[in-house]
Design a binder for this molecule. Structure first.
Ligand SMILES: [Zn+2]
Length: 341
């Protein structure tokens, strides 16, 4: 069965007024096939994760981010698998969602034509055309403007089907067998700390959303898919102030897990540094309440430290010191060399 983007867009439009956001009501639908080949379609609005709404309310910022999860990202967090899926959105996408969408392996985006006529879109116009679309182009995503009544599609960005984005630091993941205990998680974290010595990374245990198979996953910070440090250094340096082309390790981990259809296991997630404000909100949106951390006071910016304080005080997300985990781990043998890639 082939999906009709018009029907999928209609599903998003049908729920857009359910968005709790007082001004910017946005909805999206993700659709595609799961790993068993069954079709799926999930629609979400932008929203405040329940625990954020209950403990902080809708007006409290988390660091330099609002407490909302954007509709596009909400779809990515809930889909059975995001690789090669398509996305319908009522409004032009922001660069942060574009980065998530690229990392999650989405191949086609449809944007409702009405979204381009709103105030909100005008305010966001430059970021959309200068950044979101560049990110999509590099990632090999085709983007269409969609008219529901006329059932018309017009390409904004058409990408050749054979285009393969450069990927020089893909998500590392591996199927695990047997029972996963806190000790085996502790051993895995130590192994990753040894391998990625001195670098910022995040790793976790996850479960396949359909089969329940268990995986280990790890990701470093890296420019968004299709960009590389070697080829795009100048662009990466002078990106627009509010947004940039880097993806931090936690967001890469969350989106990498979504891409392969794996749900992160709460309490089995580790990050070297404090995630950024936006990463923390996405993590909370993914249902996570506990995070092991190595450098509890090191972050990319001051806002992240502030965000950490806010979510800790509100008992939304607990940061647990790495030492607690290390106490369980088997020490790494001195002859094991770290990788130098
Ligand atoms: Zn967004």
């Amino acid at each position: 069965m082939s999906f009709q983007p018009f029907d999928e867009m209609q599903k998003a439009v049908d729920i857009v007024n359910d968005s709790p956001h007082p001004v910017n009501k946005i909805a999206a639908t993700i659709f595609g096939y799961d790993r068993q080949g069954r079709d799926f379609s999930i629609s979400r609005t932008n929203y405040w994760p329940e625990i954020i709404e209950a403990r902080l309310g809708m007006d409290t910022d988390i660091g330099d981010s609002s407490g909302t999860v954007h509709a596009e990202t909400a779809c990515l967090l809930d889909a059975p698998v995001t690789e090669k899926a398509s996305l319908c959105v009522t409004d032009p996408i922001c660069p942060n969602c574009a980065k998530n969408i690229a990392e999650a392996g989405i191949k086609t985006i449809y944007i409702d034509h009405k979204g381009f006529t709103k105030d909100f879109s005008a305010r966001r116009g430059n970021a959309f055309s200068n950044m979101s679309m560049q990110i999509c182009e590099k990632a090999g995503i085709s983007v269409y403007q969609l008219w529901r009544k006329e059932q018309r599609l017009e390409p904004i960005l058409h990408t050749d089907k054979t285009y393969q984005p450069a990927q020089d630091s893909p998500l590392e993941y591996e199927r695990l067998y047997g029972v996963i205990t806190r000790k085996s998680f502790a051993d895995y974290v130590e192994k990753m700390r040894h391998r990625h010595r001195g670098r910022r990374f995040a790793c976790a245990i996850g479960r396949d959303r359909v089969s329940g198979n268990v995986f280990s996953l790890a990701a470093r910070s890296h420019p968004v898919i299709g960009y590389s440090m070697a080829n795009d250094a100048s662009l990466l340096r002078d990106s627009e102030n509010k947004y940039n082309y880097m993806l931090e390790p936690m967001n890469r981990l969350i989106m990498g897990a979504a891409r392969i259809g794996v749900k992160l296991v709460d309490g089995m997630i580790f990050c070297t540094n404090v995630p950024t404000s936006r990463e923390l909100v996405n993590l909370i949106g993914a249902g996570i309440t506990r995070l092991y951390i190595e450098h509890a006071n090191k972050a990319l910016d001051e806002a992240a430290i502030l965000a950490k304080r806010t979510v800790t005080n509100a008992r939304i997300l607990d940061f647990i010191n790495l030492e607690e985990l290390q106490a369980l781990a088997t020490p790494i043998q001195p002859h094991e060399k770290p990788s130098d890639t």
